[in-house]
Design a protein around this ligand. Structure first.
Ligand code: UDP
Ligand code: MG
Length: 327
């Protein structure tokens, strides 16, 4: 039978959560019995996470365990799980029971039902409206990050950082996964034409083990945001970048020309200045042409997911499809 759901869970030093996590997922997914798989990705844990996961997997054919030799981080762990998933839908979630597997069936239902007007959803994002984390080190930085991500991408998702998400597998294929990138994926996919819905999900305080993050994550998120902003503007308006770059050689052309015609230079210096003028002019023309060519190439298929509207229309896609539902 075809696998409908692949649940991907990154785990780093979660030995006390693994078994409980497995049981909760298993219980929650009974409606999908025989049609789901679970992928635990051990991100180079130094405790018994891998051993416990392997013990369960030994008696559970639909549980697969991937293990890294060292700690790469939550996003790369997620990416490895997604790469190995065979389900039509991919569910990502944290492995510390802060996300609640009992939200999964509702999210899947939401994704499949679409917006009721015949438009299907490609991603359903969880919104931890009752988030059980520290205010100053977690909730406030997240609030700022969510605002910034919304500004940069034009996609106003309330809780980008919530790991509990359901995706159609095919929309994930082109996504970049590095650093803290997992949180930008719905917004990026939405820009590529994916339809995103947000639903309220439960959130619990961590009971076992410790959070793996300190304040340094804030820098990483900001860094990724900057990278993403650059990439996005390069993709959407490459010609602007090349024109800005071309300002430098065009200025140098002008300076060289001033030397040639003003009489400041004489004899051999005039020849040198004239040569420079031609050289810089060439460089300017080269950059400008490159800008226009990039414009043609990128705006034909930026982040393209197939069967979607042209870029100008894409920015509107999200707003029309936001729905906040209670499970
Ligand atoms: N995680 C991981 N690799 C890491 C850090 C975290 O796989 O380097 C996993 C971790 O085991 C958990 C999830 O990512 O399943 C979220 O981590 P955590 O609970 O520490 O984050 P928080 O909830 O504090 O934001
Ligand atoms: Mg956690």
């Amino acid at each position: 039978m075809a696998i409908e759901l692949s649940v991907v869970v990154p785990l780093y030093n979660e030995e006390d959560n693994v078994r409980l996590m497995f049981e909760r997922i298993d219980e929650a997914l009974q409606p999908f019995a025989g049609r789901y798989e679970i992928i635990f990705v051990d991100d180079g844990s130094r405790d018994r996470t891998f051993e416990v996961a392997s013990e369960i997997a030994a008696n559970t054919p639909y549980l697969r365990v991937i293990t890294f030799r060292r700690n790469y981080g939550q996003t790369p762990a997620m990416a490895a799980g997604i790469d190995n998933a065979v389900g039509e839908l991919i569910v990502t979630m944290d492995g510390d029971l802060q996300n609640d597997p009992s939200d999964i069936p509702f999210m899947v239902e939401k994704l499949r039902a679409g917006d009721g007007e015949g438009n299907r959803y490609d991603i359903v994002v969880g919104w931890r409206h009752n988030r059980q984390d520290k205010l100053v080190t977690r909730k406030i930085p997240s609030m700022i990050a969510n605002r910034l991500i919304g500004k940069v991408t034009g996609v106003p998702i309330k809780d980008n950082g919530c790991s509990l998400k359901v995706y159609r597998a095919e929309v994930m294929q082109k996504m970049p996964f590095y650093n803290e990138m997992h949180r930008f994926i719905p917004a990026l996919l939405s820009l590529g034409g994916a339809r995103v819905a947000e639903v309220k999900v439960k959130h619990h305080a961590r009971q076992f083990g410790e959070s793996k993050y300190g304040l340094s994550r804030i820098y990483k998120v900001l860094f990724d945001l900057l990278t993403m902003k650059t990439i996005l503007s390069l993709i959407t308006h490459p010609v602007r970048w090349f024109l800005r770059l071309a300002l430098i050689p065009s200025l140098l052309t002008l300076i060289s020309l001033i030397f040639v015609v003003s009489g400041v230079a004489s004899g051999e210096t005039i020849v040198v200045s004239a040569t420079h003028a031609v050289l810089f002019l060439n460089l300017t023309l080269f950059l400008v042409s490159l800008g226009f060519i990039s414009e043609l190439i990128y705006n034909k298929s930026p982040l393209d997911l197939g069967e979607v509207a042209p870029l100008t229309a894409r920015l509107d896609l999200y707003s029309g499809n936001t729905e906040i539902d209670e499970p």
